[in-house]
Unconditional design. Structure first.
Length: 322
């Protein structure tokens, strides 16, 4: 009998549409491998997270607020519900269910979907080397850290948590309310639960997390986070189109292509982007990043190319977003 596992990701909705997505796997999903093991045992856990076997063409059923609708998984086990939704809901996080059955065996997964509070702005942040120290510029160093530093040993940049928390709280009058956060990264969905646990450990704002297509082999593991970054542009584009009535703050770093992607976003949505923050990873600022930030600034978007988060916090105070 085929074993079955189901992994759901945080979804989001507005007054017209609901978006929920996940994966179906044979045997174990990546989140079944412990993230706090030490040394070589942690390395084995990470490698196993990339040895998963997705199940294609499997029926899945979404249940949410009286809705029950079916879909099927794609070749990589991925499924996505993007459906009309007009029910009035309170702002905040709401639970949904997805059911998958193979023959007599079935599994029910529970996930969360975000109905944003009235926000002063939305915040879209990269992950690696933006708030999580990852050493993306050095392939071997990044690989070593992934394999031998468990989630408890990984580091966030100094002062990044107070900056993100202040952005999340700004302009909200209720203690439970927050400006919506979205983490958009070139990391794959294999690492989803690592990112969840890391953000919880470091008290970073709870967010919808949008990652890259899942990988399913050891060779794929050695390519993690690499390749085209166009998916980041398209995911950010989709988010701004989905929530068109607010401004956005975008945060990234200069180790990859964030500044260039954000410039494309600014040119498409000139009146929707409040500020761009790019973290400097090396010892010196890059001339092509500086010129890109100057081009963005000419579009009437505030920019900050910073080394430490204290500098970003100061800039955020100056432009009135914290």
């Amino acid at each position: 009998m085929t074993k079955l596992d189901l992994k759901l990701y945080r979804g989001y909705l507005n007054d017209e549409k609901l978006v929920v997505f996940g994966h179906v796997f044979k045997s174990w999903a990546p989140d079944k491998y412990k993230l706090d093991r030490r040394g070589i045992y942690h390395a084995f856990s990470v490698i196993h997270m990339f040895r998963i076997k997705p199940l294609k063409n499997q029926e899945v059923t979404l249940r949410f607020k009286g809705i029950e609708i079916k879909s099927k998984t794609e070749n990589d086990g991925f499924f996505k519900f993007e459906i009309p939704f007009h029910t009035k809901l309170e702002s905040g996080w709401h639970e949904f269910e997805v059911v998958c059955k193979i023959g007599e065996f079935g599994i029910i997964g529970k996930g969360e979907v975000l109905k944003p509070y009235d926000s002063k702005f939305g915040i879209i942040s990269d992950i690696d080397d933006t708030f999580l120290v990852s050493h993306s510029k050095s392939f071997f160093k990044k690989l070593y850290i992934m394999l031998f530093k468990n989630v408890n040993k990984r580091k966030a940049f100094i002062d990044v948590t107070p900056h993100y928390q202040a952005l999340s709280r700004y302009g909200q009058t209720k203690e439970t309310a927050f400006n919506s956060f979205f983490y958009v990264s070139s990391s794959e969905y294999n690492l989803y639960d690592f990112i969840i646990e890391f953000t919880q450990l470091h008290k970073l704002p709870k967010a919808v997390i949008l990652l890259k297509k899942i990988k399913t082999g050891i060779l794929d593991f050695f390519k993690t986070g690499r390749g085209s970054h166009d998916h980041k542009f398209h995911k950010i584009d989709d988010l701004i189109s989905f929530y068109p009535n607010i401004e956005y703050i975008l945060l990234g770093d200069d180790s990859q292509h964030d500044a260039f992607i954000y410039e494309r976003i600014c040119r498409k949505y000139q009146n929707k982007i409040k500020a761009i923050y790019i973290r400097q990873i090396g010892n010196n600022k890059k001339s092509n990043i500086q010129s890109t930030m100057e081009s963005i600034n000419k579009l009437n978007v505030a920019t900050c190319y910073f080394k430490g988060s204290s500098e970003a916090i100061k800039h955020s105070k100056e432009i009135g977003v914290i």
